[in-house]
Design a protein around this ligand. Structure first.
Ligand SMILES: [Zn+2]
Length: 294
């Protein structure tokens, strides 16, 4: 009896230990630290950031699996589970993470979350469980429908009732889905405000332009003045995210940061045109720069 318990305890430790080794975090790292490391690596390896890199995609999949195992282990081992009374035994809440794009979080909507859970037939005991033997694994993949509320933010938790773990004949606990909001490059969220790089050609920055700008509520036309200062910030009031913080208005602001993009063609014609620009500076652009430490 004691040996059996010892063995199953050992197995319970496995996913976390394996995750630690795969991530190269210290053997004393706690559940939360491991989860953070998995999340960080998963962001680096996300297939959207590395199109056409099958090795990265494979590592990404393994990481997502590792996170699922760690989460499932938490549900079993009690690291992050919550308990509540129910029926003959105790139902357990399970914590999972789900990544959504910024626009998806803002619009809200139904999503499907692929979750690795311990075998529902035997609760992960294995042994003589026919389902485990057939699959050759004590975990099973389940699709869970997650309703993301409109205006959701990074770190928000969505509760899916009855999708947690069952315990000893009890009703199932809940699944607590922590949202991770993925923000594209050139975008920064600050409370209800969104900062957005506004790429402009040299010509647009010089002449001014009418530019179509995406906002959470749909595109708007913005007039960029001629000779725009790249350090200026163009503030579009109430074009940001749905208001969560106290304050007036239904939305935060959208702040545009002009970003002058140089021509990428390295041909003769462009070289001549750019060389011609040098004559257009009436004073040296770095005259103050050189005196910074005076
Ligand atoms: Zn089973």
């Amino acid at each position: 009896m004691g040996t059996r318990n010892g063995e199953s305890m050992e197995r319970r430790k496995d996913p976390l230990r394996r995750a630690r080794e795969a991530l190269g975090v210290s053997s004393g790292a706690g559940m939360e630290e491991v989860r953070r490391a998995v999340r960080r690596r998963a962001r680096e390896l996300h297939p959207d950031l590395r199109p056409g890199d099958p090795a990265a995609e494979e590592r990404f999949k393994r990481l997502v699996e590792a996170l699922g195992e760690v989460t499932a282990a938490a549900g079993r081992a009690g690291g992050r589970e919550e308990r509540r009374r129910g029926g003959a035994g105790r139902a357990r809440n399970v914590v999972a993470e789900f990544e959504v794009r910024l626009g998806e979080a803002e619009r809200g909507g139904a999503h499907e979350l692929r979750l690795r859970v311990v075998c529902p037939e035997c609760g992960g005991k294995g042994g003589s469980c026919p389902a485990c033997r057939k699959r050759g694994s004590r975990t099973v993949e389940r699709l869970v429908r997650v309703q993301v509320p409109a205006g959701a933010r990074d770190g928000d938790v969505v509760r899916v009732a009855g999708e947690g773990a069952a315990g000893g004949g009890a009703a199932r606990g809940d699944l607590l889905v922590r949202l991770v909001v993925r923000v594209p490059e050139g975008v920064r969220v600050e409370g209800d405000d969104v900062h957005l790089d506004l790429p402009l050609t040299v010509g647009e920055a010089w002449e001014g332009a009418g530019i179509e700008v995406p906002t959470p509520a749909g595109p708007v036309l913005v007039t960029v003045p001629p000779g725009v200062d790249p350090r200026a910030v163009l503030r579009l009031r109430e074009r940001g995210l749905r208001r969560r913080a106290a304050g007036g208005g239904r939305r935060g602001d959208l702040l545009l940061h002009p970003l002058v993009v140089l021509p990428d063609r390295r041909d003769e014609r462009t070289a001549v045109a750019v060389a011609g620009l040098a004559a257009g500076y009436s004073c040296a652009p770095r005259r103050m720069f050189l005196r910074v430490f005076e």
